[in-house]
Design a protein around this ligand. Structure first.
Ligand SMILES: Nc1ncnc2c1ncn2[C@@H]1O[C@H](COP(=O)(O)OP(=O)(O)OP(=O)(O)O)[C@@H](O)[C@H]1O
Ligand SMILES: [Mg+2]
Length: 508
């Protein structure tokens, strides 16, 4: 059998035609869609056996085929996987129409007659070094280490039009590169995929080969729910155990501007401080009651809407310097004649545990001097139960759509999303404040601030009628709560409560 020039030309341009005509194995619809996408970075989150590896193999072959001298690098999670993929490519390349392809198993290399090469190797630094490629392919990307990704990205930098294609069954944390990249290209409500990115989700059931009877049988007994969701539905299961699921966080997230302490105009806030130990940062979160005029009267007629007015984390900053910084952000008594910009910090909660006690003491002294109000600094003995209550309050406000989070603070959002819960024997949900998850300092500082927020406080006051200070476009979160692009704080101390400091009580 021979092909006409037109057919070959079409096969060069279209991977579907290539698979059909040259490989003799047509692509399935979901595979075709991915291979037809012009996006530079394509990510597929998929269940087991739905045809990921095949898709990658065809993509690699097509890239090599369509022009001479192309270079393709395929990284797999391990030696075994790399060999399997190489074998799959070799088998496809054995099609009589791709005559002249050479397979060198020792070098893990397939060379087509046009001089293009495909290298399929396990993901390791050694394998990546020195390569410059047109197409970088990652199979089971969730299992590939972060450093490898960092190194691998450079392999495409020198070649014009170079692209990345990766696929994986969900696994592990969602702040890892695959999850992050996948989300960047995700198509969902109110989310524009990032420039050059496109992502897909393939549950196993998309494969015409998957045996529905077998799946149903599995579902009813053989696999756990967790496994089912991960392996078949291609869902992140840590999401399922996440104390703050992404959807809940997104419902209260808006792209508003934080209030820069340097321009704060006495805005009334309460704050939480988390002192970093070994690798953690020192973190501060400030929460205000939103000056929202009539924006939220319908949705929240009687209660305050709160928002994160400011957050920051500082790595490798000595405690004393961090304490000074917090005090400098505040100006408790902004009278005209000694005006300084800054927040009015009603209560700032900081833990006494660990390095806390002396730092809290010195913060009080500084607060006395600068604000004339040392009692604003509250030392707290945090216990596991205390933290749980703090997070429970945070979650309650989030679920009610009454605490808004800044979209720009991805670190905070990610940290909240990474907190997991455990179900206790009693059936209660217990937030696992994880030591192992790395940085959770921002999440903890926000939770800390919750002890000074009074969610049940009734909003007696008429909505302010005078000049609103919040400015800019009005945005509506998915929860329906509205906020200005440049929000300000209401000056009403009744929105907050004075936590009893230092007594280690768990309730508030
Ligand atoms: N377009 C296709 N036409 C025919 N068979 C296909 C096609 N795509 C995939 N297959 C077959 O479906 C099965 C699963 O494909 P593949 O190994 O690519 O899936 P996978 O998602 O990588 O699976 P795993 O999760 O085990 O890694 C294989 O037997 C493969 O040969
Ligand atoms: Mg596979």
């Amino acid at each position: 059998m021979t092909l006409t020039v037109t057919e070959i030309d079409r096969a060069r341009q279209d991977p579907a035609v290539f698979a059909d005509v040259l490989l003799g194995e047509p692509l399935w619809d979901h595979q075709r869609e991915v291979l037809a996408s012009p996006a530079r970075i394509r990510s597929v989150l998929a269940g087991r056996q739905v045809g990921k590896s095949r898709t990658l193999a065809v993509a690699a072959l097509h890239e090599a085929f369509r022009q001479s001298g192309r270079r393709v690098l395929i990284l797999s999670a391990g030696e075994e996987a790399a060999k399997r993929l190489l074998a799959e490519i070799a088998a496809l390349a054995a099609s009589p129409l791709l005559r002249g392809s050479l397979v060198d198993e020792g070098k893990s290399l397939v060379t087509l007659s046009n001089g293009s090469t495909i290298l399929s190797v396990p993901a390791s630094e050694k394998q990546i070094r020195g390569h410059s490629v047109d197409l970088l392919v990652l199979d089971e990307a969730c299992q590939i280490a972060e450093e490898i990704w960092t190194a691998a990205r450079w392999t495409i930098i020198a070649r014009p039009g170079s692209r990345i294609l990766m696929a994986s069954t969900p696994y592990g944390r969602q702040d890892r590169f695959f999850a992050v990249t996948w989300r960047a290209g995700e198509k969902r409500l109110l989310h524009r995929p990032a420039e050059g990115h496109e992502s897909w989700r393939w549950p196993s059931t998309m494969s015409p080969l998957v045996d529905q009877t077998l799946l149903d049988m599995w579902r009813s007994n053989a696999v756990s729910d967790r496994e089912w969701r991960q392996e078949v539905l291609a869902e992140w299961v840590d999401e399922a155990g996440s104390y703050f699921p992404t959807a809940e966080l997104e419902a209260v997230t808006a792209d508003y501007q934080l209030i820069d302490p340097a321009t704060a105009d006495g805005d009334l806030v309460v704050g939480g401080v988390d002192f970093g130990f070994a690798q953690d940062a020192n973190a501060l979160a400030l929460v205000g009651a939103l000056e929202d005029g009539d924006l939220n009267t319908d949705l929240h007629p009687h209660g305050w809407v709160y928002f994160v007015a400011w957050v920051e984390e500082n790595f490798a900053m000595p405690y004393s310097q961090f304490a000074r910084r917090i005090i400098d952000h505040g100006d408790h008594d902004p009278s005209v004649w000694k005006y300084r910009p800054g927040f009015t910090m009603r209560h700032v909660l900081a833990e006494l545990n660990g390095p806390g006690t002396p730092v809290v003491q010195s913060m009080r002294e500084m607060a006395a001097e600068r604000w004339g109000y040392p009692r604003a600094i509250v030392g707290v003995n945090t216990t596991a139960a205390y933290k749980e209550n703090a997070f429970a309050q945070l979650r309650l406000l989030i679920q009610q759509g009454r605490l808004l989070l800044p979209k720009s603070q991805t670190g905070l959002l990610r940290q909240l999303n990474n907190l997991e819960f455990e179900t206790r024997d009693s059936g209660h949900l217990k937030i696992a404040v994880p030591e192992r998850l790395g940085h959770d300092d921002l999440a903890l500082s926000l939770a800390q601030a919750m002890a000074a927020v009074k969610p049940r406080a009734r909003r007696w006051q008429d909505r302010p009628s005078g000049q609103p200070r919040s400015e800019g476009e009005v945005m509506e979160t998915l929860s329906g709560t509205r906020i200005h692009a440049r929000p300000r704080c209401v000056h009403d101390t009744r929105a907050f409560t004075a936590p009893r400091g230092g007594d280690g009580r768990d309730e508030f």
